[in-house]
Design a protein around this ligand. Sequence first.
Ligand code: GLN
Length: 539
Amino acid sequence: MTRYVFITGGVVSSLGKGIAAASLASLFKLRGFKVSLQKLDPYINLDPGTMSPIQHGEVFVTDDGAETDLDLGHYERFVGIKMTQDSNVTAGRVYSNVINKERKGEYLGSTVQVIPHITDEIKKLIIRGAKNSDIAFVEIGGTVGDIESLPFLESIRQFSLELGNSRSIFVHLTLLPYIDVTNEIKTKPTQHSVKELRSIGIQPDILLCRGKNPINQKLKKKIALFTNVSENAVFSAVDAKSIYDVPMLFREQKIDEYMLKKFKLKSKRLNLKPWSTYKSKVGKCKKTVKIAVIGKYVDLADSYKSLNEALYHSAVINNRVIDITYLDSEKITKSSVKKLKLMDGILVPGGFGNRGIEGKVLAAQYARINKIPYLGICLGMQISVIEFARNVLKLKNANSTEFNSNTKHPVIALVEEWKDSLGKKIISDKKNMGGTMRLGAQDCTLLKGSLAHKSYKKIAINERHRHRYEVNNALLKLFDNSGLIFSGESKKGNLMEIVELKDHPWYLACQFHPEFTSSPISGHPLFNGFIAASIKKRK
Ligand code: GLN
């Protein structure tokens, strides 16, 4: 019998509901419970795949190829379980399902309405997302009071009623602003937010109060009085040094024990060791490692969420504090690129469209010539191939057809364009024919003895993709004995997945996204290797 924890947010967005949900779920996973996590997003897009990373942050890709909200990345990193298509539900998905059913006549002539049809569909999707776990954590996106969230809040209200006593808990994450001038913590916004929730029939069981400092008993008493939440259920969610400290901060206040009691569940032994070991490891990191990320979505840190986390993880594994400098690739010129000399490593991440491409090519060239460790991801690998073709093979206008559809040397192109580039027909994995995005986890075979092989310490790997363009196999011969090695191939489709340089301390670029599968405990083989090489460069 699955129990449900519904997590809502109040006062302002970006309070860290995703981290709170992931941290709570982690505490239960570490007690041996089977947990699941799900994010309900009130926007109309079918999924975040079409949303600009500058508006909504990164698009996180799951093994099964779903393009999802970045909170799912936190879920995977904190809890170590794989998210799926069912783990992220948007209002668009709900409405689309309902409209499809209506078109098929499944509602037998009735008027299709928000209540009960939309709310029933939401409940169905919540149950599907729970995957028969012991405890399902369901985070509702947005802030209480938004018009869009109403059907979702109504659904969880109904659902909790249907579940009956001790099978659901409402957790509300709220903000307690601190006023400098009067040296006071204010509770009024929280009172209002809970009032809003109660007016739609939801009485929160637990309040997580976000703020700079822990709250004292007097304040808890006041909040309890105004919100009708038990005084013992008002907890602090203080700003943490690292997000990975949050599970322990929650545990110190025994939030998990309070929840176990509420659920009438027998307690199992909690093994907090992974987080406490991690914390002490982070505490020992003193020296820094400086990495330049050459991107185009540099104005919003969330655009590269998983990337930032992966760099942080591998820095800690290598005993270092990560120091990331984001450089806008549009501003990189032949002379300004020289500033990269100060960096220990250079990373060119994924991206779409041709804005800033030339700056990335300059950065990849600088890393190649000056032997600075380089990691290219997705677009970053395509950039490596273009740069090498232009500057080493002297194919002056080599490019990707994404940026110049008439290029004479389309070293990167859609699979269906390959045959035109040499007038020959290429046999490739039909499933991966271009035009649509190549999404999700795919098998790749590594070249024996390559840097990739040494990093992974195995030949067969599986990594997540999200792109349309590929290295053009019709032009591969041009790279024979050139010093650029193709060291990873897709198992099915002979698509090129990894390139590396022969005479370079550490230069590797991959067509897939290793950042999605990095974890705080073990990092990711490519990031770990890249950071280790960057540290060596400094010595
Ligand atoms: N724009 C490139 C493509 O579609 C790379 C995409 C990416 O970096 N995720 O192939």
